[in-house]
Write a protein that binds this ligand. Structure first.
Ligand SMILES: [Zn+2]
Ligand SMILES: [Zn+2]
Ligand SMILES: [Zn+2]
Length: 389
């Protein structure tokens, strides 16, 4: 019988060989076999992976130290490498680590979650600082690709606008949709998001033409402010010191200016009914801009008003009725896209129609006018006063 110590030692060796006790990292067999075949840097003889003496992890990849028959030690990388374009004469970086940073941008995973994900796969994690370096590296490329894509989309939008109007001018007129998204949602009256991103979308193509960020936050600045010292010169994301609500007008003006530097004129702005943004734009842009209301925003605000109706007037109106009224509204708008007068008539006929008065209705949509004998109203609002004003 073996002594107990010897038994545990055997068990340990066994699990470390077969049970993945050691984390292995990312491995590109084709790349590695090519390097092994290329052979020893001293004598040139082919290297064997089984002669590995030790290894060092470099994020997801690793470097294997392989002993040659001649006695010299060779470092073989487990994957492809590249040089950070912005850094001259530095050590090469593993491709996979930069790809991990791209994946983090793509999926929105942070450093902590990325490392937990890797740990579950039994792959060694990447330190926060090297991930941050790789993130910086890829963000430069992402920005470059984004800018090129924005320029391309703007050209497409200009061409599409030209073919829809056929007006040839030096600065092609375009219609844009503008809105701002917040890191934290505003709840009607309260806007306290630390950052927001404003986007201009082309009306003809539906593609993003320009974007801008306002941020009240910078980790470096906050850290040094906490220590009561001014931070040294750094790549600072903080570019807004006013209120969060104030970001939207400012970004609107700046987006239009940026677009107009690229040989176009923003002739129409489609946005929510935010008077502050529109007035700031009119103050700062030296030509007329027509404002169109964004149909989605109008629908939302109509919905909100209908839902508070029962509380304001102490009358009962069912959710189904509200849904029906919204449907009528959308139909009246969409079915009369190029007919302003008809849109106006249909919109003002909706309310009398649901009170069973059909003088202003149109036979296109009113089932009473089509067949008064068999008409049963979808909803009938008799419990609300018509003169709500
Ligand atoms: Zn050798
Ligand atoms: Zn800063
Ligand atoms: Zn009717």
């Amino acid at each position: 019988m073996l002594p107990i110590i010897q038994k545990t030692q055997m068990l340990r060796t066994h699990t470390s060989l077969s049970g993945y006790q050691e984390k292995d990292g990312y491995f590109e067999p084709y790349q590695v076999s090519k390097d092994l075949k290329a052979g020893c840097t001293d004598c040139g003889s082919t290297l064997h992976i089984t002669d590995i003496v030790t290894k060092t992890n470099c994020g997801l990849d690793f470097i294997m130290y392989i002993l040659c028959e001649c006695g010299s030690m060779n470092a073989i990388k487990s994957g492809k490498v590249h040089h950070d374009a912005a850094k001259f004469k530095t050590r090469p970086d593993f491709d996979i680590n930069s790809k991990a940073a791209i994946a983090m941008y793509d999926t929105g995973l942070g450093e902590h979650k990325t490392n937990r994900f890797l740990a579950d796969l039994n792959i060694p994690g990447i330190s926060a600082s090297s991930l941050a370096k790789r993130e910086k590296e890829v963000s430069r490329s992402i920005k470059k690709v984004t800018d090129e894509s924005l320029d391309r989309s703007l050209e497409e939008e200009k061409n599409a606008s030209f073919s829809s109007t056929n007006e040839e001018t030096e600065n092609s007129p375009i219609k844009i949709k503008y809105d701002m998204g917040w890191q934290k949602r505003g709840s009607g009256r309260k806007y306290d998001s630390m950052s927001g991103v404003g986007v201009a979308i082309g009306n003809e193509t539906g593609k993003v033409l320009e974007r801008e960020i306002r941020s009240k936050n910078c980790r470096t600045c906050s850290y040094w402010e906490g220590k009561g010292t001014e931070a040294a010169l750094h790549d600072c994301p903080r570019n807004w010191y006013g209120t969060s609500k104030g970001m939207e007008p400012d970004v609107g003006v700046s987006l239009i200016k940026k677009l107009e530097e690229k040989k176009c004129t923003v002739s129409t702005l489609i946005m929510d009914d935010d008077a502050t943004t529109m007035s700031k734009i009119r103050q700062n842009i030296d030509h007329d801009i027509t404002k169109w209301s964004d149909i989605k925003h109008v629908q939302n605000s109509l919905g909100k008003k209908l839902y508070v109706l029962p509380t304001s007037y102490r009358k009962s109106i069912r959710n189904d009725d509200i849904a029906h009224l919204m449907k009528c509204f959308t139909y009246a708008v969409h079915s009369n896209k190029n007919n302003k007068q008809q849109m106006q008539n249909d919109l003002s006929a909706i309310v009398p129609h649901v009170f069973n008065e059909h003088d202003h209705c149109n036979v296109r949509w009113c089932r009473y006018l089509k067949n008064p004998e068999n008409y049963t109203p979808t909803i009938q609002l008799s419990n609300l006063d018509l003169n709500l004003s």
